[in-house]
Design a protein around this ligand. Structure first.
Ligand code: MG
Length: 389
């Protein structure tokens, strides 16, 4: 039995993690659950999984939960509560599935405590990849990728030395807009952006998929997770989301991982690694699918992808600045305060203003991200958007 804490249990990944846990009952005991605003869902999860510790987004929500559940369950709130849950005694695996920078400190605390990390919160490696991977190595903690692309690469790389890798090819569905012209792209709204063609995900990652920022984040994640140079990481648009990524080796052989698009598979692979457990997930029927398509990504139309390469090449605090700017811009877009094209525009401006600090410590990264958030808000306000924040 492994004790598992899920940071972000009411999000799309968290809900799927609990489905995987329920399907492998004799393997996992849920010791911690955390949610932000979906309190009734969190209460249902508490009743079903009986964790030792629960964290809600704020004190009011924590009080509400305390009234309804057994007194022996510890109910906390806010960022400090997240750190307590992430370092709960006896934990074996922490599922890091919060959104954005909020997950960084609890995940580092879990690493310091010696728990393995099933990583879904991609901004963590984007912001602080070098810091996170160095701490994980020091504590001999495994960072188990949950993202479907990185799970695919991980499976393709099995038993292959890094020096044999000539290319990593990250597939991207392209989101809902990859076929649109620039003019059409300028007119898209929130509801169209949230209608992802192949994956059902949280709101932030769905917007990031539409701008291809998500794929940019995944390039940086792959670089840190697998220690592969950026120049060897490429992106391929594959609208069907059947091939989850590919690795080309020095002899020209290409290994790919394929499966029906369901996040429960990479989650199960991460949690049960190195075992493969039989399950009831949909099987791939290639004869029915018939045809798979591939296209080159268009960097001019989706500049966030280009910015991710630039930020990663410049390194230091730049990726954290890009990630924090994106977090703010996406939030404003979801609140109908800015347009879709303002997201890359804000990133470009803020990145241009930033002088990255080399080999940053965690404090430098957090400070750069704070600076970036303010700059992004200021820029988007100055530019006459309908802001009332
Ligand atoms: Mg992905």
């Amino acid at each position: 039995m492994k004790n598992i804490v899920i940071l972000g249990s009411t999000g799309s990944i968290g809900v799927n993690v609990l489905k995987v846990v329920a399907s492998c009952k004799d393997r996992f005991r849920v010791t911690g659950l955390t949610g932000n605003t979906k309190i009734s869902l969190l209460e249902n999860q508490i009743k079903r999984y009986h964790p030792a510790v629960v964290v809600a987004g704020n004190t009011g929500a924590a009080d509400q939960i305390r009234k309804k559940i057994k007194p022996k369950i510890k109910v906390l709130s806010g960022p400090e509560g997240l750190i307590t849950a992430a370092t709960w005694p006896g934990t074996d695996i922490v599922v890091s599935s919060l959104v954005g920078a909020l997950g960084l400190e609890p995940t580092l605390a879990a690493i310091d405590q010696g728990s393995d990390i099933a990583l879904a919160n991609k901004e963590i490696l984007v912001m602080a990849g070098a810091v996170v991977m160095a701490r994980a190595r020091r504590r001999k903690v495994k960072i188990l990728p949950v993202d479907s692309e990185h799970s695919a690469i991980w499976q393709c790389l099995k038993n292959e030395p890094a020096k044999s890798v000539s290319r990593i090819i990250l597939t991207a569905s392209g989101g809902p807009f990859w076929k649109l012209s620039r003019q059409e792209l300028a007119k898209v709204d929130v509801s169209r952006t949230l209608a992802h063609p192949t994956w059902n995900m949280g709101r932030k990652v769905t917007v990031d998929s539409a701008t291809l920022m998500n794929k940019g984040f995944e390039i940086i994640e792959a670089h840190h997770l697998f220690g592969i140079e950026l120049s060897k990481i490429q992106v391929l648009i594959h609208p069907e989301s059947i091939i989850h990524s590919l690795v080309e080796f020095s002899d020209g052989s290409v290994i790919a991982q394929l499966a029906a698009a369901d996040m429960k598979l990479p989650i199960q692979y991460a949690l049960c690694h190195p075992e493969r457990i039989p399950n009831k997930l949909a099987r791939l029927d290639l004869a029915r699918i018939g045809k798979l398509n591939f296209y080159k990504p268009e960097f001019e139309k989706f500049p966030c992808l280009q910015y991710a390469y630039q930020a990663a090449r410049l390194g230091g605090t730049m990726p954290a600045v890009m990630s924090a700017a994106d977090e703010v811009a996406v939030e404003l877009f979801l609140a109908h305060k800015i347009n879709f094209k303002d997201i890359p525009a804000a990133l470009a401006l803020v990145m241009k203003k930033h002088k990255p600090k080399k080999d940053p410590k965690l404090e430098d990264i957090l400070a750069a991200a704070d600076w970036s958030r303010l700059e992004t808000i200021q820029y988007l306000t100055r530019n006459n958007h309908v802001l009332d924040i």
